[in-house]
Design a protein around this ligand. Sequence first.
Ligand code: ZN
Length: 408
Amino acid sequence: MQTWQSHPVPRVSGTPKPLRLHDTASAEIRLTTPGPTATMYVCGITPYDATHLGHAATYLAFDLVHRVWLDNGHQVHYVQNVTDIDDPLLERAERDQDDWVVLGMRETALFREDMTALRVLPPREYVGAVESIPEVVEAVAKLLANGAAYRADDAEYPDIYFDHKASGHFGSESRYDEATMARFFAERGGDPDRVGKRHPLDALLWRVARPGEPSWDSELGAGRPGWHIECSAIALNRLGMGIDLQGGGSDLIFPHHEFSAAHAEALTGRHPFAHHYTHSAMIGLDGEKMSKSKGNLVFVSRLRADNVDPMAVRLGLLSGHYRTDRTWTQDVLDEANARIARWRTAVESPTGPAAAPLIAELRDHLSNDLDTPKAIAAIDAWATQTGTDVTAPGEARAAIDALLGILL
Ligand code: ZN
């Protein structure tokens, strides 16, 4: 699938700082240790609706990871998927009397536009679920062959399920106890009550074709892929085992990331799938949880249509820490707009205070688990001072662009 447009990232003077990042599996902030090429997989959208601010905040957090790694001289092999076949997409298409393929293409196109406007660096490979079906089939066949998967005891629809205990490491990513797992499995798309499974927590790998549903012929029989195996197959085939980071929103901790890791581990016999599992927190609106059921989603495309500066959206979302649940309000946006105006005045000034201490501070804060509130405070402090350094405004502008992705 086509990725979105990139833009040049300026080089920043001074000494980069290696990234320390929170890892859900160890519940610690740990040093990332990529080789010359860092490998990152971030779970993409299911394109049944437009990109809302919660999605945007997630992709912005991992965009900062991308930028800090680039600053440290790594190449970054970044892969993201699009779940362009799954129940929510089919349900929405049915509700709106829409063609599910057209709906998915339309929302994916809008997502690319949103990401470009927010200056999120694109993944090197942007991969759709539909185009990766042969990879999923191969992975599921392998899991069946090695005993990690089984057919549901159902003569009519013998769907294929994953034995959740097959990898021997189930639970190591989320650290949840069984009751918490059971609750999230039921709430987040799982099917604990499906008759014919060996255990309520076992996850769907391949759904046998039903009348009226799209399906693909394969050696498994006609059907379509489950969600978690899609990410395992796409990531393994492009990045291999032991990737530096798997990322997503905190609602993906379980079951999605637990299972995508367990599938990959059962496929390869190796552990762990990722050295860091990193999750961004949720964005609310005016103090309430933002959700489709409440009907209070704020869409990036709607803000763009209302002529809101995408850099203000970006800065507003970065003004809170990525691991803290935040709320979006008009005040957050107003403050971001005012801050951008102050920063622009400072970087357009013929002289300013020396940039090197500011750049060092930005690197300190961002390398410390992406501490954007402190990084932003450092720029605020610099922008309020005056100085006689003629190169400082340009250097500060380049650093703010390269490290925070804010184009002034
Ligand atoms: Zn995923």
